[in-house]
Design a binder for this molecule. Structure first.
Ligand code: GDP
Ligand code: MG
Length: 182
């Protein structure tokens, strides 16, 4: 029934992964549609917002948390994770060790934040294989499928913040998954 009221969801989504994998670049591309080659290592936590119209009376205000410099320690405090309802774990397709670090990031998320449901389920997390513009054809889809099953990711995407590949698609998918849990 349509009583003219607009429902707005505020969703806190974390973007984690090793230093230099492209977290800030993906957020900048997604929110502002820009790519800036310049490397900027701010210290602290940055926020970015994106308003997504889901339907005529449903709006999502997506709050993206960028970890900006603290990723060098390989884990984050519980305060950072608090009330997050979804996450993106990013690795760099040109650096194998950043994929190995993905397991550690996923474990950190699962240990520090849970949904408020009866089972305290893990929050939905997607895996982003970034900088796909640099590595034509080196990706092994069935291997990444298996990796996602084993490590509890809802889905993976190859992305490029530079060439704007799958940036919007992956975020849209995650939001859809999050709304299924709400
Ligand atoms: P962060 O430390 O995870 O936030 O990574 P940044 O967003 O700062 O990116 C690190 C470096 O990788 C910067 O020089 C970016 O320009 C570059 N970069 C990020 N995403 C991409 C991408 O999709 N393709 C390419 N070729 N370079 C990227
Ligand atoms: Mg950054």
């Amino acid at each position: 029934e349509d009583d003219g009221k607009v429902i707005e969801y505020l969703l806190k989504v974390l973007v984690v992964g090793d230093l230099g994998v492209g977290k800030t670049s993906l957020i900048q591309r997604y929110v502002h549609n820009i790519f800036n080659r310049e490397y900027k290592a701010t210290i602290g936590v940055d926020f970015a917002y994106k308003l997504i119209q889901i339907s005529s009376n449903k709006v999502v205000r997506l709050q993206l948390w960028d970890i900006a410099g603290q990723e060098r320690y390989g884990n984050m405090t519980r305060v950072y994770y608090r009330e997050a309802v979804g996450a993106m774990v990013v690795f760099d397709l040109t650096r194998q060790n950043t994929l190995e670090a993905v397991k550690k990031w996923k474990a950190d998320i699962d240990a520090k934040v849970r949904l408020q449901d009866a089972n305290e389920s893990p929050i939905p997390v997607i895996l982003l294989a970034n900088k796909c513009d640099m590595v034509q054809g080196s990706l092994n889809p069935s291997q990444l499928d298996a990796f996602c099953r084993e490590n509890g990711f809802v889905k993976w995407y190859e992305t490029s913040a530079k060439d704007n590949i799958n940036v919007e698609e992956s975020a849209t998918y995650l939001v859809k998954k999050i709304l299924e849990t709400e």
